[in-house]
Design a protein around this ligand. Structure first.
Ligand code: SAM
Length: 340
């Protein structure tokens, strides 16, 4: 039986950030001078992470997404995937990655039992990518997409965070790229979380505008019924091509959020905007049985009241949710730590 929180939301899905490190420096996530990495000594081993996930399945988790930071930087990741794929309660095992290291890892991950893959692709232009990520790896990203296709991960989900003035002129092109390769594009409204230090409402391209722009290229767009707990609103082009929009800023889906987050140092967060997490690694290291860890999770979930994105809607003059000095003092505020 899944635990229910104070708004009767069940615990269903879990994002596991296997590392807070990243090989890119996206301007809206890891801007210069903002990040403090978690101390290496505090990072949970793969065995410990697998145990914590196992404990969470005892209180309802059935869908697990591996993320980071960049998850592919975590050594022996296929071993963890194999462990998680072997847990019967996990019905859906997926990963979000920037794909740069996929040419070497796509096949081992597939063989280990990874079910689905989401790849972040904010731009199709190499020079723009280099400017935004401060790394010259666009060719590796494209090679990573190819490797994922060859390893059998089609259809991929291709995530694009839309920032006005950065990539909002590429919506139609990214959708075409996804469509031609048989993948599903998902456009994400730019959120005021973590390292989004330059966040400004003016930089957000709202769902309504994304749709309007795509309609001017592709013709009338039809809204589709979306899954109850899925964050993306689904739409179809006149030719039937389906794509998604994650409208966390203009239409938050907190009411349906069944998602917990586990950080690489074993802390449980119950909202992307939450400031504090519950330490599960210390009790595990002290010898707590999985049922005891599960009881801690259950207690935290039953008291869960978070609806961070909804609360942010009510802030009258909205700006970044954290400043650089706060991120340096509290690395868990970062999206790369909590797991995007
Ligand atoms: N490194 C992996 C990747 O690039 O997909 C996984 C971690 S990354 C934090 C996960 C997703 O969060 C990416 O698609 C990234 O673009 C998105 N993201 C980061 N900061 C964001 C923000 N402020 N608003 C919306 N999405 C954001």
């Amino acid at each position: 039986m899944a635990s229910l929180d104070r708004h009767a939301r069940p615990l269903g899905s879990l994002r596991v950030s296997v590392t807070d490190r990243c090989n890119l420096r996206c301007s809206y996530c890891l801007p210069e001078g903002s990040q403090v990495w978690l101390p290496k000594t505090e990072i949970a081993t793969l065995e410990e992470l697998a145990s914590l996930v196992r404990a969470m399945t005892l209180v309802g988790t059935s869908r697990v997404r591996i993320t980071g930071g960049e998850p592919l930087l975590r050594r022996n990741l296929p071993t963890l995937v194999g462990e998680l794929a072997g847990i019967p309660a996990i019905q859906d095992l997926s990963m979000t990655s920037n794909a740069v290291l996929l040419p070497d890892l796509a096949r081992p991950l597939r063989s280990a039992g990874l079910g689905r893959l989401t790849i972040s692709i904010d731009t199709l232009q190499a020079s723009r990518y280099a400017l935004n990520t401060r790394r010259d790896s666009h060719a590796e990203l494209l090679a990573g997409i190819l490797a994922a296709e060859e390893a059998g991960f089609t259809p991929l989900k291709l995530n694009t965070v839309v920032l006005r003035g950065m990539n909002d002129d590429e919506l139609a092109a990214i959708l075409r790229f996804a469509k031609e390769r048989g993948h599903q594009a998902r456009f994400i409204e730019y959120m005021d979380v973590g390292g989004a230090l330059d966040w400004d409402p003016k930089l957000v391209v709202p769902q309504a505008e994304i749709l309007q722009r795509l309609e001017s290229d592709y013709g009338p767009i039809e809204a589709l019924a979306s899954g109850d707990r899925a964050p993306a609103n689904l739409f179809a082009l006149p030719d039937g091509t389906v794509f998604g929009i994650i409208a966390s800023v203009t239409a938050p889906f907190c009411g349906a959020c069944d998602r917990a987050r586990l950080t690489a140092d074993g802390k449980l967060f119950t909202c992307l905007y939450a400031a504090d997490g519950l330490d599960l690694l210390t009790p595990l290291r002290a010898g707590a049985a999985l049922e005891e860890v599960a009881a801690l999770v259950d207690n935290r979930w039953r008291n869960r009241d978070d609806q961070g994105a909804q609360d942010r809607l009510a802030v009258p003059t909205r700006g970044p949710s954290a400043q650089a000095r706060e991120l340096r003092a509290k690395p868990h505020l970062g999206m790369h730590t909590k797991g995007g």
